[in-house]
Ligand binder design. Structure first.
Ligand code: PLP
Length: 380
């Protein structure tokens, strides 16, 4: 136990699992093949295990994460569904991955060698997904190395070191369905699969689409869609209305009445334009509120939106509540689904000049997570 877990007096991020469930059902219905629930980065800042469990209960059959540590944490929590981990350095604990039945992405020769060596060490073939770069120059094999990678993987397969169970790619511009780079990425992926088959591989799973492509680009679905941020209620393409599971609340710590001209916060970047009341909210940039949203963002208290006054500090922010009768202990909603008029994650992203992903994954570890089912109100 590292501190109070009930959230009393502290900022709390409430995660509505029914909203995640409804998003999972929507994606499972849209995907022409299987649905992989991507729960990297603590399930996009929510709660990886809870999101994984509810997604698996609502149509997902696979789990996906970036790192091996994230994959092992899912196994430790008792989840037995197939898990794929795709972002690991060559000196990662691949032996442990193989022993825990975790699938590994292989983006090149060095990874194939490292995974093959781990497999020889534990005496069990690794399950791998060859990863092709489909136009991002980021985390898959470039085209020019692909044929060789497939040939090497086939050899490792015949030596009993690996089983190539999948081919994966990723689209760089899926949030903009009209972008020609999507068709180009699909072609690159189709070519990659063709080459793999020509080299003797028989990958049962071929997956390219993430959230935006699952919603907008059926030609990209192949045998599986990998959906992450969509489960958190965020559609990068803005095309589909999803259920928002997150609400961030904190209690007012103190209030004060100030005279016109009173400077607020570091650097005095804001001065009261007239006599007003200020409320102190114990959430700052260390808790994930982007400092770049200072003097623009709003919070919701006593049924009204109130502006952030001055620079957001590391641990705290000040809001201008005007003439509202706000008292210490009042509940402030920093963001939520928006149904009561409170700001949303999208509002915060716009105020900060960023994307919604960065807001939800940035919520700090000091913020208590409270997982809720709206049907029974239970807290977990
Ligand atoms: C994060 C990630 C996903 C999930 O993307 P969303 O847009 O969040 O659905 C899928 N595949 C890979 C390789 C990723 O890194």
């Amino acid at each position: 136990m590292t501190g109070p877990v009930d959230g009393r007096g502290r900022p709390v991020l409430t995660i509505d699992l029914d909203a995640v469930a409804s998003n999972a059902r929507l994606f499972a219905a849209r995907a022409s093949g299987a649905l992989m629930a991507v729960v990297k980065a603590e399930g996009f800042g929510l709660a990886a295990v809870a999101v994984a469990e509810i997604a698996l209960a609502n149509g997902a059959t696979w789990l996906g994460v970036a790192t091996l540590d994230e994959a092992l944490a899912l196994r430790r929590s008792g989840l037995t569904a197939p898990v794929l981990s795709w972002l690991n350095a060559v000196d990662s604990a691949f032996e442990e991955a193989i022993l825990h039945g975790i699938d590994l992405a292989v983006p090149g020769r060095e990874h194939l060698l490292a995974v093959g060596a781990a497999s020889a060490a534990v005496g069990r073939p690794a399950r791998i997904h060859l990863q092709a770069d489909c136009g991002m120059a980021r985390d898959g094999s470039p085209k020019h190395g692909w044929t060789t990678l497939c040939a090497l993987a086939r050899r490792a397969e015949s030596q009993g070191l690996v089983r190539v169970v999948g081919i994966m790619g990723h689209l760089g511009c899926a949030a903009d369905p009209a972008d020609a780079c999507n068709a180009q990425g699909r072609r690159t992926f189709a070519d990659a699969v063709r080459v793999a088959v020509l080299r003797g591989l028989r990958p049962a799973h071929r997956h390219l689409a993430a959230t935006a492509a699952t919603l907008n680009d059926p030609l990209s679905h192949h045998t599986m869609c990998r959906v992450g941020v969509g489960l958190a209620g965020i559609d990068p393409s803005g095309s589909t209305s999803l259920a928002s599971p997150v609400t961030l609340r904190a209690p007012v710590v103190s209030v004060r009445d100030v005279l016109s001209g009173t400077p607020v916060g570091y650097s005095h970047s804001w001065r009261a334009p007239s006599k007003t009341r200020l409320a102190l909210v114990p959430v700052g940039y260390a808790d994930g509120l982007p400092r770049s949203a200072s003097n623009r963002a709003q919070m919701f208290v006593r049924g009204r939106r109130c502006s952030v006054a001055g620079l957001i500090s590391m641990d705290q922010s000040v809001i201008d509540v005007g003439s509202l009768d706000v008292v210490p202990g009042d509940e402030v909603t920093i963001f939520g689904p928006g149904s009561s008029g409170e700001p949303t994650v999208l509002d915060w992203a716009r105020w900060a000049g960023t994307i919604e992903h960065e807001i939800v994954t940035g919520i700090g570890s000091r913020v208590v997570r409270r997982v809720r089912r709206s049907d029974d109100g239970s807290l977990g």
